[in-house]
Every structure is written in structure tokens, then in C-alpha cells.
Write a protein that binds this ligand. Structure first.
Ligand code: AMP
Length: 397
């Protein structure tokens, strides 16, 4: 089957066409600056060159039209016609407590997703716009929604409840939900395969470290805790997000700086983390380079990051009363040997040892722990699009 995977943001749209039989990517691309000047589409066929074209995209429907045009282009298209698309898999960010698994998209599902919009005001409406545009252009093609939050719906109450009045949970659904579910699910499953253990009898900790970062404890195939919360702001420090902070600090900073709550949230989401501590960049590579050159704030940012990753992993070892496999994935996790080495230094007490030569490999599946290490440590490239395609096939078949 040809599965079109769509990841729709407020002004961007990523897509991949995946052949479900071979799991090969037949074509991929990105629409940027939708609804703005100079919007452009980048298209890459499997065996061809990447091509970037500036093209007006006043809305998501126009963007999807351009995606379809690119996919069916006579010369470079991966398809002869639109009818060769068998199903569309959509990434959906927040399914609240309503969705604990992927679903075939219907009018009722869209309504239920809309009811979760308050929980993800930037992401869910954009996801729905993408779905509606696809439904208009491909009315007879089945569509599936795959939620970032669904994998974490197995968390026990003790992991997801906050210490706020219970009525906020009951009335407004204020609790930990967690994100990056497709990635945590994909990587933890692969980790069990690589370690030769049944998925339903394996304790795994997945460190998804990218521009947005989260860690997940997966016990017997189920998420039992994760570091992001009601929103993706909780947990580790990230490219521009603060992660955990004493809520009392917010009022203090707002008073001192004379800023509004909205400004405070912008600072926590867009001007904190690597960017905020280092003052150099939100990109881990730039911050590491500056740290090596002696920039103290850049070094502090990296040290805070390593320490928080290690503390979270340590917490999840306790939560599961042990761990069989630890995995690193996403931009930093897959590529940055220094981060992996520094984080794993905290785990000598668990009998974990890293093979520093193997750890130098980048962006490929590799066991980086030594044969005598008490816990296996892997680098496993994530593949959220493939996970979405697999879920889509499973539901439409
Ligand atoms: P992602 O959000 O998963 O695409 O990850 C993006 C982040 O990965 C970037 O902001 C970089 O900080 C980081 N990254 C990518 N390549 C490398 C690398 N070779 N070394 C360190 N960090 C990297």
C-alpha cells in the first residue's frame, strides 16, 4: 500500500510517501511558510535530487494540492495518479484522555480532537486543518490519526497526577499526558528486538533528545512515565524550552521584569533552555562548540542538560525497579557522542560501561555498551513517520 504520512504544523507541512510492503520512503518533502510570503515546497523523490520551489500557499489546502502535484509530477513524481494513494496517516499532537490509540478519522473523531484543542492550542488546530484539506482533496481515501499522547495513556495515576486540587483534573483534565509517543513506542519496540527480549517483558528507558526532548520509561511494552507533561514544556531543558521550573519563579520574574503572563510563557517556550542559559544558540552543536572554546554559560547549559537527562533516567530506573535497555534517539541522541558519554558517566553504579569507540558512530543503530555492561545501551534512529504508516496500515487493512 502507498501511505501518505502528513505532519501538519501551523505554517508548515512535512510529508512522506511510504510503501508499506517494503517500508521504503518513495518520496518526502516539506511545505514551509504556509499563509506567508515566499512559501516554498521542498520535494525529494527516493532516488532523485531534492528540489525547492517557491510557490504561493495561502492555506493548507493549497499546500496539499502542491504536495499531490509533486507526487504525481510526470518526471519526478513517485505516483502516476492520486488514486495510487491508499491511505493517509496524520500525526496528531494531543488526544487528551479521549484517545489511547490511533483511530480511523471520522467526523466524530475530528470533533473529539477539537475538544482537546485547549490542551494544545498551537498544534491541534493545525493538525485538523491538514486533515480537512486532505479529506477535501481525497474524499475517498481512508485517513488515520496517530496521537503523540496516546502511547502514554497507560501511565498509572501516581505518574500522571499533579499535586494541584483534584477538581482541576476532573474539570479540565489537568494531568501529565506526555508527547513523542510514536518515537518512544517505535524505539522501545526496536530496542527489545535488538536486545533479544520479548517486548512485553522488557524494561526500557528511551531518551528522545532533539530540539524538543523527552524521556520515557517503558515497562513490558507500556509507557509508565515520561518527562513531558500537560504540555511539552515540562521536563528536560530543550533547545528553547525551560523544562521544569519552580512555578513560584514565574511570579517573581514577572514582577521584577514587569512582564505579562503571555510574555513569560513566550520566554519559557522560546527563549530558555540551551538558548537561554548559553546565550549562544538553541542548537546543541553550537552550544557544545562554544563550551569547548571556553564559554562558561555554554558549558553550564550542557552540564544542566546532561544532569537532567541523568536524573530523569535514574528516576525511571527506580520507577521500574530496574532497567534492561537504555536507548538514545532523535537529533542529539542519535548524533552526539559527547552527550551520550556524559550522561552514561552517571550510571557507573548500575554497572553500565560504554564502548567509547562504538559510541563515536553517528546516526545508525548500534549497541554502545560493552559486552559486560549490566544494562544494554543502544543508539536507535527514530522513525515517527514509519510508525504512523504502520499504524495506518494496521487500521485500514
Ligand atoms: P531533532 O529535533 O530531533 O531534529 O533534533 C534537532 C537537534 O539535534 C538540533 O537542534 C541539534 O542541536 C541536534 N543535532 C543534530 N545533529 C547533531 C550533531 N551532530 N551533534 C550534536 N547535536 C546534533
Amino acid at each position: 500500500m502507498n501511505i501518505l504520512v502528513i505532519n501538519c504544523g501551523s505554517s508548515s507541512l512535512k510529508f512522506q510517501l511510504i510503501d508499506s510492503a517494503t517500508e521504503d520512503v518513495k518520496a518526502s518533502g516539506l511545505c514551509e511558510r504556509i499563509g506567508m510570503d515566499e512559501s516554498c515546497i521542498t520535494y525529494k523523490p527516493a532516488n532523485g535530487e531534492k528540489e525547492k520551489t517557491v510557490s504561493p500557499m495561502p492555506n493548507h489546502k493549497e499546500a496539499i494540492k502542491l504536495v499531490i502535484d509533486a507526487l504525481t509530477n510526470e518526471k519526478t513524481g513517485a505516483l502516476k495518479s492520486l488514486s495510487e494513494i491508499d491511505a493517509v496517516g496524520h500525526r496528531l499532537v494531543h488526544g487528551g484522555e479521549k484517545f489511547n490509540k490511533s483511530v480511523i478519522i471520522t467526523d466524530e473523531v475530528i470533533k473529539a480532537v477539537e475538544e482537546c484543542n485547549d490542551l494544545a492550542p498551537l498544534h491541534n488546530p493545525a493538525n485538523i486543518i491538514g486533515i480537512n484539506a486532505c479529506r477535501e482533496l481525497m474524499p475517498n481515501v481512508p485517513m488515520v490519526g496517530v496521537f503523540d499522547t496516546a502511547f502514554h495513556q497507560t501511565m498509572p495515576e501516581k505518574a500522571y497526577l499533579y499535586g494541584t486540587p483534584y477538581e482541576y483534573y476532573e474539570k479540565y483534565g489537568v494531568r501529565k499526558y506526555g508527547f513523542h509517543g510514536s518515537s518512544h513506542s517505535f524505539v522501545s519496540k526496536r530496542a527489545a528486538e535488538l536486545a533479544g527480549k520479548p517486548y512485553d517483558a522488557c524494561k526500557t528507558i528511551v531518551c528522545h533528545l532533539g530540539n524538543g526532548s523527552s524521556i520515557c520509561a517503558v515497562e513490558n511494552g507500556k509507557s509508565v512515565d515520561t518527562s513531558m507533561g500537560l504540555t511539552p514544556l515540562e521536563g528536560l531543558i530543550m533547545g528553547t524550552r525551560s523544562g521544569d521550573i519552580d512555578p513560584g519563579a514565574l511570579e517573581y520574574i514577572m514582577k521584577k521584569e514587569g512582564i505579562s503572563y503571555a510574555d513569560m510563557m513566550t520566554i519559557l517556550n522560546k527563549k530558555s533552555g540551551f538558548q537561554g542559559i548559553s546565550g549562544v544558540s538553541s542548537d546543541c552543536r553550537d552550544v557544545e562548540t562554544a563550551a569547548k572554546e571556553g564559554n562558561k554559560r555554554a558549558k553550564a547549559a550542557m552540564d544542566v542538560f546532561f544532569y537532567r537527562v541523568a536524573k530523569t533516567v535514574g528516576g525511571y530506573v527506580a520507577a521500574m525497579n530496574g532497567v534492561d535497555v537504555i536507548c538514545f534517539t532523535a537529533g542529539i541522541g542519535e548524533n552526539d557522542a559527547h552527550t551520550r558519554e556524559e550522561v552514561m558517566k552517571y550510571f557507573g553504579y548500575l554497572g553500565i560501561t560504554i564502548d567509547l569507540e562504538k559510541n563515536k558512530l553517528r546516526g545508525e543503530e548500534v549497541l554502545i555498551s560493552t559486552p559486560d555492561s549490566k544494562v544494554k545501551v543502544y543508539v536507535i534512529p527514530t522513525n515517527e513517520e514509519l510508525k504512523i504508516a504502520r499504524e495506518t496500515v494496521a487500521l485500514v487493512k
